[in-house]
Unconditional design. Structure first.
Ligand code: ZEM
Length: 291
């Protein structure tokens, strides 16, 4: 009879509705835990999804969001990943609540949720990532170094398979969140609304005057007018480089164009190296808490 009952129930195959429940649980925690940082875990959740995905190398088809290998010391301890334990710890109770979802699918779903809940565009999603062991950890140095210039940006994002336009679109994520001296060493937010997705990053890049910040920390820029905003050397590279700059101008002028191209590029980032069973035309779009 025992076997019979198990057979009647069958193996649990989660569907769209089940993933929407996970989305809703992340959204609820985001709304409730509003004491953190600028009032939201949203930015650090997005940074977790990005750093999980941004290790992808198209030549060897290694890295990417499949595997969630940042759980393990070698990769979790990479300098670029400093501070992301806050995001992983935030998600742990949700993983316990929905043990059927892989960490790798959960991290990306949370990135999607963070963007949408911070009033960004819809990001279509497919599940299918499987957790892998520490032998799949990527070598250090695959994520971008903020002290570098446009040739470094092209080398890093080119390795993932992105073009100039996509590199600039992805960088608009810096409308969100801030730098922390105890994580990257840099300090401050890029915009005045770091928990709301906007095209302000591009507008501020073009409209403000940026000067080197005078301090003992790593070389970064501050806005001359208020000295309360920051830009990394890699951010300024986007307006120094002619090809990058045309896209900065396009996005500064039209938030709708930015949202569309950001959504397309992030979707691609989040899917790098994942062997999906679900077809491209079968992606899901989750309902936001305010829909
Ligand atoms: Zn970031 N990023 N990033 N980024 N990033 C930081 C923070 C955040 C670079 C970078 O060095 C840094 C993308 C691209 C690039 C986010 C999303 C995305 C920080 C500060 C640094 C130093 C970390 C800290 O101290 O907490 C560089 C050099 C990039 C490319 C050249 C892309 C692409 C992103 C997503 C699509 C987000 C959301 C944050 C804010 C995190 C937070 O905790 O507030």
């Amino acid at each position: 009879w025992f076997g019979q009952a198990a057979k009647a129930k069958g193996p649990f195959t989660p569907k769209y509705e089940d993933y929407q429940k996970v989305y809703d649980a992340v959204a609820k925690e985001l709304a409730e835990k509003d004491e953190y940082d600028d009032g939201s875990y949203g930015p650090v959740l997005l940074r977790l999804a990005w750093h999980a995905s941004g290790t992808y190398d198209k030549e060897t088809n290694t890295g990417g969001s499949n595997g969630a290998t940042m759980r393990f010391a070698p990769e979790g301890d990479h300098g670029a990943n400093a501070g992301l334990k806050a995001a992983r710890d935030f998600l742990e109770p949700i993983k316990q609540q929905f043990p059927w979802i892989s960490y790798s699918d959960l991290w990306i779903l949370s990135g999607v949720c963070a963007i949408q809940e911070m009033q960004g565009p819809k990001i279509p999603y497919r599940p299918g990532r499987a957790d892998r062991d520490l032998s799949f950890c990527t070598p250090d140095g695959r994520l971008p170094d903020a002290s570098k210039d446009q040739s470094h940006i092209r080398a890093i994002f080119g390795r993932m398979g992105f073009n100039d336009q996509e590199m600039v679109a992805l960088s608009g994520a810096h409308a969100l969140g801030r730098c922390h001296t105890d994580r990257s060493g840099y300090d401050g937010p890029w915009t005045f609304s770091p928990t709301t997705m906007t095209n302000d990053y591009y507008k501020l890049l073009l409209e403000e005057k940026w000067a080197w910040k005078k301090w003992n920390g790593p070389k970064q820029f501050e806005d001359v007018k208020t000295k309360s905003l920051m830009m990394l050397p890699t951010d300024l590279a986007l307006i120094k480089d002619k090809s990058f700059r045309t896209h900065v101008e396009r996005y500064a002028n039209d938030n709708e164009v930015f949202f569309k191209e950001f959504s397309d590029a992030v979707l691609r980032l989040f899917e790098l190296g994942v062997p999906f069973a679900q077809a491209e035309d079968q992606r899901w779009t989750f309902k936001s808490s305010f829909d």
